[in-house]
Design a protein around this ligand. Structure first.
Ligand SMILES: [Ca+2]
Length: 200
């Protein structure tokens, strides 16, 4: 009797798990993560550090990095997320992941980035379907971008399974160049409904 009950119970919870997994993968939340992240208050605004498969965590910092021309965060007086590549090894990576997203409508991701240093490396925005390792690069920049915050705009659409939007995460990958001197930072990440346009 005990074994039977145990089997029935296990089967029930397996089905519950399967249903919840299906719902998470194929439906996902319809409301995106904190739609405006300035890294000033609630540090990572719902972003999480990649726990496996990368080499470092992004850090949250404020103030100047004089050696690399950074005077402060994008708006002044606040904080930013960054990876200091100085002294690290080429191709080592830090990945910042959004919470799970899904939507029937296109969205526009905008953010400001700061990349300075002769051997700084690269920054990329990638889309990863929930439950899959494969990632699609949506945007990237490589090398020294000068001493200033630059705005980036990225159109984002959900992968579809038939007519159903699939869950995905946005990844920010900061990749070390030669490691001699470099800083990669992002700030004011905004995610809004609708496609990017030339005036956004
Ligand atoms: Ca900020």
């Amino acid at each position: 009797m005990t074994d039977t009950c145990h089997e029935v119970g296990s089967s029930f919870w397996v089905h519950v798990w399967l249903i919840l997994t299906w719902a998470a993968v194929f439906v996902g939340p319809q409301v995106p993560f904190a739609s405006n992240c300035n890294f000033d208050g609630e540090l990572l605004c719902g972003f999480v550090q990649q726990s496996v498969g990368d080499d470092f965590d992004w850090e949250v910092g404020s103030g100047a990095v004089e050696a690399l021309g950074l005077s402060g965060d994008h708006t002044g007086g606040g904080s930013y997320a960054y990876l200091n590549t100085t002294g690290k090894t080429r191709s080592q990576t830090a990945i910042l992941r959004s919470m799970q997203l899904a939507s029937l409508t296109p969205h526009c991701l905008t953010f400001y980035f700061y990349m300075a240093g002769a051997d700084v490396g690269s920054l990329a925005v990638l889309q990863q379907r929930v439950g899959e390792q494969r990632r699609t690069e949506l945007w990237s920049a490589e090398g020294d971008q000068g001493h200033g915050w630059t705005r980036a705009k990225v159109d984002v659409t959900s992968p579809l399974s038939g007519n159903t939007p699939m869950g995905y995460r946005i990844n920010f990958d900061a990749v070390v160049g030669s490691g001699q001197l470099g800083l990669i930072a992002i700030d004011d990440v905004v995610f809004v409904n609708g496609p990017c346009d030339s005036d956004a």
